[in-house]
Design a protein around this ligand. Structure first.
Ligand SMILES: Nc1nc2c(ncn2[C@@H]2O[C@H](COP(=O)(O)OP(=O)(O)O)[C@@H](O)[C@H]2O)c(=O)[nH]1
Ligand SMILES: [Mg+2]
Ligand SMILES: [Zn+2]
Length: 320
């Protein structure tokens, strides 16, 4: 993919080239230039904070030397999570879709699935679910089947696949073409196995990257992109376990839950957040099972979290 990289106006260095960030380690990055050649780079300044998927300008380091990323182009979007200190940690930029991987082993955490789907909606990108490891499930994975039916009824597409047997991979391949896709989900569900089964040469490219360092300093990847044809890319996050998206203002949380957002116009109050308000169409739908109790509770949980953050921010703003 020839990266469509606008050189930042601030970057007047004549050696600067356009590039695409394809891997991020602790402090190092791998950047593909327009001809597809890969360069190891550091961020050139404190205020330059690239993530995988970023279009950047960089100054190559030359033979075996480290280059410098000098600027990051404006992002279309940025998938982020809340880190341990409550700040937003950007994970990857310029995505077009999220594929949430689930399996019967490890047992699915529905809240994590909801939060990824919510994040995708808030970032205005498509999301689907992959039920992986179907070779293990046979006909009987009742709890997972019920959960997946719930997502289907909301309107999400659910792929069934096995990275081990190859079943269902053709349909996923078709869905990856020309997309910038992030594979997300709990550790152990098979994200990396799916990447390796779907993208010829993916494993080798990882091997090459870790060899290059020589000192094992490249072993902790934060994010790794695999190119797919001319314009596609699949991004895997080896280290991300639980997940919570940075939360928007409380009134926006509902846009992350498709079935709740769809009913919000029918509530008595236009600004109803479907929590304690009377004559709420969402709560009526939960009462007669048109909306699942589980999804509603998941929404209320995120809503209350967003409210707490919101009032904490307001308090801190008053202090300053
Ligand atoms: N039976 C079976 N095992 C799988 C499948 N996909 C992955 N695994 C196994 O599940 C474990 C975790 O896979 P991995 O790809 O590392 O998961 P990740 O943490 O999401 O990247 C490994 O032992 C894989 O061999 C599958 O389709 N079927
Ligand atoms: Mg993995
Ligand atoms: Zn309501």
């Amino acid at each position: 993919m020839p990266p469509k990289v606008p050189v930042k106006p601030t970057d007047t260095h004549s050696d600067a080239q356009a590039g695409l960030v394809v891997a991020r380690f602790r402090r190092d990055f791998l950047v593909d230039d327009a001809s597809g050649q890969r360069h190891r780079c550091l961020a050139g300044r404190r205020d330059v904070r690239p993530v995988v998927g970023d279009h950047v300008t960089f100054i190559p380091g030359g033979e075996d030397a480290t280059g410098r990323i000098t600027g990051v182009a404006r992002r279309d979007n940025c998938l982020a999570r809340i880190d341990s200190r409550g700040g937003a940690e950007p994970l990857a930029a310029n995505l077009t879709q999220l594929l949430v991987i689930v399996a019967s082993q490890p047992p699915p955490d529905a809240l994590v699935i909801d939060r990824y789907l919510c994040a995708a909606r808030l970032l205005d990108m498509r999301a689907s679910i992959i039920h992986n490891k179907i070779d293990l499930d046979g006909a009987c994975a009742p709890a997972l089947t019920a959960l997946l039916d719930e997502y289907r009824s909301i309107g999400y597409r659910v792929f069934a696949a096995s990275a081990a047997s190859g079943e269902g991979l053709a349909e996923i391949s078709a869905a990856l073409a020309d997309e910038i896709t992030s594979f997300v989900g709990q550790s152990g569900v098979g994200k990396s196995s799916l990447v390796n089964a779907l993208i010829p040469g993916a494993q080798q490219s990882v091997g090459r990257i870790s060899d290059k360092s020589g000192e094992g300093r490249h072993t902790t990847t934060t994010a790794l992109a695999h190119r797919l044809g001319d314009s596609g890319m699949v991004i895997d996050f080896p280290g991300v376990r639980g997940y919570s998206p940075p939360l928007p203002e409380p009134a926006s949380v509902q846009s992350g839950y498709l079935e709740i957002a769809a009913l919000s116009g029918a509530c008595r109050f236009a600004d109803c957040l479907h929590d304690d308000e009377p004559d709420c169409a969402v709560k009526a739908a939960v009462a007669d099972a048109r909306i699942s109790q589980r999804r509603y509770q998941s929404y209320v949980h995120l809503l209350r979290l967003a409210r707490r953050l919101d009032s904490a921010q307001a308090r801190s703003a008053r202090r300053h």
